[in-house]
Design a protein around this ligand. Structure first.
Ligand SMILES: Cc1cc2nc3c(=O)[nH]c(=O)nc-3n(C[C@H](O)[C@H](O)[C@H](O)COP(=O)(O)OP(=O)(O)OC[C@H]3O[C@@H](n4cnc5c(N)ncnc54)[C@H](O)[C@@H]3O)c2cc1C
Ligand code: SF4
Ligand code: SF4
Length: 537
């Protein structure tokens, strides 16, 4: 018997750390890790101990006899990875932990952004044996977990389980939390730095990007950031409305976010109800007239940005035909012409095989269709007041009532901290922000909007190593400014801490249970604050 890794794997490598026989690959210190779509268990080396299943925060691992039917292909996919890549490459040696550091009291670090990167930074710092540390995790929202709450698709409930590990870090004696505090608005960067030895910005990349197309301002033309924020109940976006009556929607861009959007726009009411979709979005999507979603990409199928696990989930969704034109697939790679055998080429072949399989499938006359189109560069969003369709450089026009740009995210930046024009991300050297003293960054604010949740773990570890080495070298001055809580009290900022969040979390789960849903999200900021404040009564 062997264990098998399946679709919701988010590459956080918790399983690699606990496997006694080192049979899960590629590990974070192996060369192929960055290019891997997911991790895989070697079926001949696994000794069936079950440690990885217990360690996986997103329930992605099963013994082979318990793999759910929907994930059955992953038994072969895990084995195929090792047949394809052969002997695993040696991991790069880990850098030594560095000597102990003595300072005047604990090293005080503010971590700004309570998304995955913020929690991985806090976890890494809290675990250090080099010095005593006091970590304050801050978020502008009254709720933690960033895009896990407000980005990850509401039907990916297993993926959202990753927060159980973050909640554990929040309970660490070295960690405290301050939500509903926006740096750059409630407190300046300089003030925050004055209260700490160092500040780490893990503020993500939460803004949509414009393509500069004529017609982008029309009603029914939107960005993935807005639509995803709306259906996930982000308080800044929960009150948006979208025209959903037309039978067709077009998505520009074909990454995993585009496939999330397509799946949600085509989901039936039962699937929507079983998700933690925001209540208003549930009513709107259940009444939607959308029957076809066309996902368009500028480049050919061989450059498709989605990963095969995401497409596989749609390929097997009941009631949806996935339409791919075989004529678009001529340039896809085949095993025969693949010279390198690594995690990246394995992922490309998985995707190619799946696309060929979809193109060969007969149509089933299902009520709903996902159409994957390639080689289409949008030139104009058509319509007068509201969207009527999209025109492409080929001259083709596709009629639609909703057009979503899923072409990437940008960072909002923070006043007083230099960032890159256009992307808003912080330019850095091994996590140290260039041009700002005692300031660091990790996650999407550092790398741009790339990588799954677990990718932020190694990224955070690099940043923490740099920060601790700088502290050891004497480059971080002792805090000489006013303490953060004093500043916030003087300004009347109402803080939500972890206890306040736990109260809101419990409220959402319990009220969800009463109506047969996993969670009934509170999406109004004032209401979130009111419920969180019950913790203080
Ligand atoms: C639509 C979508 C779906 C995704 N689905 C998956 C998936 O299924 N599986 C997967 O593994 N990965 C998924 N990802 C990727 C994953 O969400 C990211 O890798 C991860 O969230 C990045 O973490 P982060 O901490 O850098 O940023 P974020 O998660 O964005 O967290 C940043 C935090 O900073 C806070 N913040 C910003 N500015 C300030 C400020 N000035 N002051 C205080 N706080 C501030 C924000 O409120 C936010 O909470 C998805 C991403 C998107 C966009
Ligand atoms: S069951 Fe045990 S041996 Fe097998 S992959 Fe998981 S941790 Fe490794
Ligand atoms: S999510 Fe993490 S623990 Fe689970 S299978 Fe993937 S890498 Fe392993």
């Amino acid at each position: 018997m062997t264990y098998v890794i399946t679709q919701s794997c988010c590459n956080d490598a918790s399983c690699v750390e606990v496997c006694p026989v080192d049979c899960i690959h590629p590990g974070p210190d192996e060369p192929g890790f960055g290019a891997a779509e997911m991790l895989y268990v070697h079926p001949d080396e696994c000794i069936d101990c079950g440690a990885c299943e217990d360690a996986c925060p997103v329930n992605a691992i099963f013994p082979d006899y318990e793999v759910p039917d929907a994930f059955a292909p992953y038994v072969d996919i895990n084995a195929a990875f090792f047949e394809f890549t052969g002997e695993q490459e040696e991991p790069a040696p880990l850098p030594p932990p560095g000597p102990k550091i003595t300072g005047n009291g604990p090293l005080k670090v503010a971590v700004v952004g309570a998304g995955p990167a913020g929690w991985y930074v806090a976890e890494e710092l809290a675990a250090t044996r080099r010095c005593d540390v006091e970590i304050t995790v801050i978020d502008r929202l009254a709720t933690p977990y960033g895009l896990v709450r407000y980005g990850v698709a509401p039907d990916h409930l297993d993926t959202k389980e990753i927060v159980s590990g973050f909640a554990k870090t929040a309970r660490h004696r070295r960690v405290r939390t301050r939500y509903n505090v926006e740096i750059g608005r409630d407190v300046t960067h300089e003030e925050l730095l004055g209260a700490h030895h160092a500040v780490v910005y893990t503020t993500g990349a939460g803004e949509g990007r414009s393509l500069g197309l004529p017609g982008e301002e029309l009603s029914g033309s939107t960005s993935a950031a807005e639509l995803v924020g709306w259906y996930n109940g982000h308080p800044d976006r929960a009150a948006l409305t979208f025209p959903l009556a037309h039978e067709r929607a077009v998505i520009i861009g074909n990454g995993n976010v585009a496939l999330d959007l397509a799946r949600l726009l085509l989901a039936d009411e039962a699937a929507l109800t079983a998700s933690d979709l925001a209540p208003a979005a549930l009513s709107a999507l259940a009444a939607s007239g959308i029957r076809e979603v066309v996902v368009t990409a500028r480049r050919g199928a061989e450059h498709a940005a989605f990963t095969s696990p995401e497409l596989r989930a749609l390929a097997d969704a009941p009631g949806i035909d996935v339409v791919v034109d075989e004529a678009d697939l001529a340039a896809l790679p085949t095993e025969a012409d693949t010279t390198e055998r690594n995690a990246g080429t394995f992922a490309a072949l998985q995707k190619a095989d799946l696309l060929r399989d979809l193109a060969a499938r007969p149509r089933t006359d299902a009520a709903k269709r996902l159409v994957l189109r390639f080689g289409l560069t949008p030139t104009e969003i058509l319509g007068t007041e509201s969207v009527a369709g999209v025109r492409f450089a080929t001259g083709e026009e596709i009629e639609a009532g909703l057009v979503v740009r899923a072409t990437g995210y940008r960072s909002a930046g923070v006043a007083g901290v230099p960032n890159e024009a256009g992307t808003g991300r912080f330019l850095h050297e091994a996590g140290r922000v260039i041009g700002a003293e005692a300031t660091y960054t990790a996650g999407w604010a550092k790398r741009g909007p790339r990588g799954v949740i677990g990718t932020n773990r190694a990224c955070a570890a690099e940043t923490v190593r740099t920060l601790l080495d700088d502290y050891a070298a004497g480059s971080l001055a002792d805090p000489a400014g006013e303490p953060l809580d004093d500043l916030l009290t003087e300004r009347g900022v109402i803080i939500v801490d972890q206890t306040g969040w736990n109260t809101l979390d419990t409220h959402e789960c319990e009220s969800g249970k009463e109506i047969g849903r996993p969670r009934a999200k509170v999406t109004d900021r004032e209401e979130q604050m009111r419920i969180a404040a019950l913790a203080r009564v």
